[in-house]
Ligand binder design. Structure first.
Ligand code: HAS
Length: 543
């Protein structure tokens, strides 16, 4: 079924994996640098000029390109399969994919030439050539085009099935891409109205604070754009893989609405320490950030309850005996469940980050990359890897090459990340800065207490490198395999089939609430920043 759609999705997934392969290459190299082994002088002979160029490639390819391509492909597949309906228009899907591919190629040129080492946050006044930002715009617009196709598919289905409730995974996919549409308006305005005129020399300078604020308007909900597709799988697929059912579908739908409502008006929690933004606005966004804890806890409860149903259906007894009975021999299940466990620690760290005064201790320290590797680097990425363990066979009709290798890969990632991010968190608490060559910095302003966590970062990074190699070997060997297999998408049933209340099936109030909250939270901030516009910062290339 859906041969044409499968081809489209496979193209997304393969390009996503190529980006991940190149991006992760720099992970162990950076980790080794933190442990005092600096390979960058050697890498100059192959064109990588500095730690900062490597870090930018790592961040852009992993956090932006791998995630966005995988997500648009995966959500397209989840939508058409659960609606049992072809995609709205095939050509729209290919257009979106082609734009993303072209955008990546354009942005890759200055990145590889070391002209765009501005890190993935691209904070002005660091300045890359104009065509780097153009490449990013084309990439993001491509992801919009793919998202519109998902939205139009669901609209068409709703017309054809009047009065019926949209199946959960299609519903959750649409919420995710609508969130993406709304939140990327920030970065679109930043690049088109501020950065490109500035890089072309059409204006004397740039307003640094306004551009940072527009960046985080997108940059925070971006993390939920990464996370929600993982939740689509944790709610919609993992319960089936566990041998059970989804504990409560209405609760899952409610959590998704809450994410749509609350994801965007939070960006200032990345800017607590920025001057020129009012305390009131920072306080409001701190409160809203802590409110996101609520749908996250609903998710934890619902997902763990669903796992328990599965474990007990497989014969698990006692308070925790069901955990042992879960299908730990299935690499797709194991990778995703390990991702959940690691994510719980990342989420707890997020609450620490969000606490206004505690943020003073960790902001701009190595703690933050510790947090982001638990969340996007594992909660999300290891989940996507787990999904690929059934999805690649599903798309290609080929059997997964080796279950055993895939299982080792997941466990090695889990152990490597636990060591790596504990090292990063400790370094942060000891005051080590982020985005800094720590191996070099220790001679100037480090202390002997940094030594052990630095070694943990180096060691954890190498272990993660081994896991990444196993993953890519698994994927390449599966693609080359001659063994045929028919693997279906796992779709979980709900424990109780109950009618979804109309307030959970009606877009209008939720969209109105989302837009209203954004206006309340960001309106005064933007009015103040635009009112005091200071387009005076020249561009710098410090690398
Ligand atoms: Fe964050 C910085 C606050 C979640 C990613 N975050 C970052 C950055 C990234 C990032 C990339 O308030 C760095 C950006 C940069 O470069 O500067 N974050 C939070 C909060 C949450 C949170 C409150 N972050 C995420 C997610 C991310 C992500 C998700 C990516 C996917 N974050 C911050 C703040 C900063 C920040 C500040 C700025 C720091 C600074 O000063 O610069 C929350 O949404 C987290 C809630 C989640 C939970 C976990 C629930 C657990 C679940 C799993 C349950 C299942 C289990 C399995 C346990 C509370 C759902 C059981 C299994 C069995 C077998 C039984």
């Amino acid at each position: 079924m859906f041969a044409a759609e499968k081809k489209l999705v496979l193209s997304h997934v393969i390009l996503a994996m190529i980006a991940l392969a190149l991006g992760t290459l720099f992970g162990p190299i950076q980790a080794l640098e933190h442990a005092g082994i600096n390979l960058y002088p050697t890498l100059q002979s192959v064109g990588v000029q500095s730690y900062y160029q490597g870090l930018t490639l790592h961040g852009v390819l992993n956090a932006l390109v791998w995630t966005t391509l995988f997500i648009t492909g995966f959500l397209t597949l989840a939508t058409v399969t659960t609606l049992k309906r072809p995609v709205f228009k095939m050509w729209i899907g290919w257009l979106g994919f082609a734009m993303m591919a072209v955008g990546v190629v354009i942005a890759a040129v200055p990145l590889l030439l070391n002209q765009a080492s501005v890190l993935y946050t691209m904070y002005p006044p660091l300045q890359a050539p104009w065509y780097y930002y153009l490449g990013l715009v084309i990439f993001v617009v491509g992801s919009w085009v793919s998202s519109w196709n998902i939205i139009l598919t669901v609209i068409a289905w709703r017309r054809e099935n009047k009065g019926q409730t949209t199946p959960f995974m299609a519903f959750a996919s649409v919420i995710t891409v609508v969130l993406w549409q709304i939140c990327t308006l920030g970065i679109a305005v930043e690049i088109l109205a501020l950065i490109i005129p500035w890089t072309l020399g059409l204006v004397p300078g740039i307003d640094v604070q306004l551009s940072r604020t527009l960046f985080w308007f997108t940059g925070h909900p971006l993390v939920y754009f990464w996370l929600l597709p993982a939740y689509v799988s944790w709610y919609g697929m993992v319960p089936k893989q566990a041998g059970g059912k989804l504990f409560s579908e209405p609760l899952a739908r409610f959590a998704f609405w809450m994410f749509l409502l609350l994801s965007t008006p939070l960006g200032l929690h990345h800017q607590y320490l920025d001057p020129g933004l009012t305390e009131g606005a920072k306080f409001l966004m701190a409160v809203l950030t802590l409110a996101v804890f609520f749908p996250s806890m609903l998710t934890a409860f619902n997902v763990i309850a669903s796992l328990e149903i599965g474990g007990r259906a497989r014969g698990g007894k006692g308070l925790l005996g069901w955990i042992r009975k879960l299908p730990w021999g299935d690499p797709s299940f194991t990778a995703q469940t390990l991702a959940m466990i690691i994510f719980a620690f990342g989420g707890a760290g997020g609450i620490i980050n969000a606490s206004y005064n505690v943020n003073l201790v960790i902001h701009n320290t190595a703690w933050v990359p510790g947090h982001l590797h638990l969340t996007v680097g594992t909660g999300v990425t290891l989940t996507f890897i787990g999904i690929l363990y059934w999805m690649l066979p599903h798309l290609t009709g080929k059997e997964l090459w080796s279950k055993r290798v895939a299982l080792w890969q997941a466990w090695i990632w889990f152990v490597g990340m636990a060591i790596f991010s504990t090292g990063m968190h400790r370094l942060g608490l000891l005051g080590a800065p982020r985005r800094t060559m720590l191996g070099v910095a220790i001679d100037n302003y480090g202390t002997s207490e940094w030594r052990i966590p630095q070694l943990m970062v180096g060691m954890g990074g190498m272990i993660l490198g081994v896991s990444a190699v196993l993953f890519f070997v698994e994927m390449v060997m599966t693609l080359r395999s001659k063994k045929k297999a028919v693997v279906e998408m796992p779709i979980a049933e709900a424990l109780h089939v109950e009618p979804v209340p109309s307030w959970l099936n009606n877009w209008k109030p939720w969209l109105a609430g989302t837009i209203g909250l954004i206006v309340v939270a960001y309106g005064p901030v933007l009015i103040q920043l635009v009112g005091n516009l200071a387009s005076n910062a020249p561009g710098f290339q410090l690398w």
